[in-house]
Design a protein. Structure first.
Length: 336
């Protein structure tokens, strides 16, 4: 079996991490997590978040997100999002600092980019929100300003680094009264996944086992485990992740200590960290796959010998509905 290194373009679906690499099982009833108490659509309602309990007096009509990661999930639920914070422009964003997997949808819906980088309280205030979403963790968190922002509107603080996008969608849905949209979103995604698994058929067996990594050589690379969002999704498609040597998994992870979704691997250990027949590169496209294939330190690894190296795309690091859907399409198109 040969795997195509240049991936066909895939259309972003109309209905839409980091999460980033995360570890919850998407087979659970994720869309309804935390929504039972709010399922009667009554207001006001009390929502449990990372700071305790937040009371939302009425169904929100003007939402602002100060977490660019949470913005994708809000768009996927068709929330009344009027403004969002953004990160500095990079190769995973558009010029406004919005993630490419949903930037065009935000533009179509007239969502204002309020600032890039540090939150701008004046612009958030001028947007006149009736509900604000904030991340508790990650580079787009602004916990030090939560008390200030609470003077503008109720603030819901959520983590996205320890759960699937399905779980996160359930939490957001409970706060905005979008439980039905969350259920429909997960059902649509599950159907896409089932269709893709059927289309892949027996080709998966020839690809297994697989490596999943952010390839940074000669700097330290990151190997994604079966507990990562990417690993979970690939396993749902029928792939199995290659087992890493025990000394690599037991080594000191440094700043990633305590994380189960990734294992760091320096250049000297990278050949041992990719024992699988196929390699999937997170935050990588065809150029990254070519660089992996021509890396002299990796020439005797199985996936290089078989030329089975696939870039999962620039949007494959933080998986929301949009990027997870794109990842499924890219894998289906590439594995032949």
């Amino acid at each position: 079996m040969k795997l195509r290194r240049s991936l066909a373009a895939v259309a972003v679906l109309a209905v839409g991490i980091g999460a980033a690499a995360c570890s919850s099982d998407p087979d659970s009833d994720a869309a309804t997590t935390g929504t039972t108490a709010a399922s009667d659509q009554s207001w006001p309602r009390a929502i449990t978040d990372e700071t305790g309990s937040v009371t939302i007096e009425q169904k929100p009509e003007r939402i602002v997100s100060i977490s660019v990661t949470l913005t994708g999930s809000l768009l996927a639920l068709d929330a009344p999002l009027i403004g969002t914070g953004a990160q500095r422009a990079s190769d995973v964003t558009d010029e406004n600092g919005l993630f490419t997997q949903w930037a065009d949808i935000a533009a179509e819906r007239g969502v204002d980019t309020l600032y890039q980088g540090e939150p701008n309280v004046e612009k958030i205030t001028a947007a006149d929100p009736d509900l604000i979403f904030m991340s508790a963790t990650g580079g787009d968190s602004a916990l030090d300003q939560v008390d200030t922002l609470k003077q503008i509107a109720p603030v819901v603080v959520l983590r996205y680094d320890d759960k699937s996008w399905q779980d996160l969608s359930g939490q957001i849905a409970a706060a905005i009264g979008a439980e039905a949209q969350a259920d429909a979103l997960v059902a649509k995604f599950d159907q896409q996944l089932d269709d893709a698994k059927a289309a892949l058929g027996d080709t998966v067996a020839a690809a297994n086992p697989v490596n999943v990594l952010a390839y940074n050589s000669p700097e330290e690379s990151r190997i994604f485990t079966a507990e990562s969002a990417q690993g979970i999704l690939l396993e749902r498609l029928g792939f199995s992740l290659a087992e890493l040597p025990s000394d690599l998994t037991a080594a000191d992870k440094g700043i990633m200590a305590g994380r189960k979704d990734v294992v760091p691997a320096g250049q000297e250990n990278l050949p041992r960290a990719v024992p699988g027949n196929t390699t999937f590169i997170v935050i990588g496209e065809a150029a990254a796959a070519d660089r992996f294939l021509t890396d002299p330190t990796l020439r005797e690894t199985p996936s290089v010998e078989k030329e089975q190296v696939i870039g999962l795309g620039k949007d494959s690091f933080r998986l929301d509905y949009y990027s997870a859907s794109n990842l499924i399409d890219r894998v289906t198109n590439a594995v032949r």
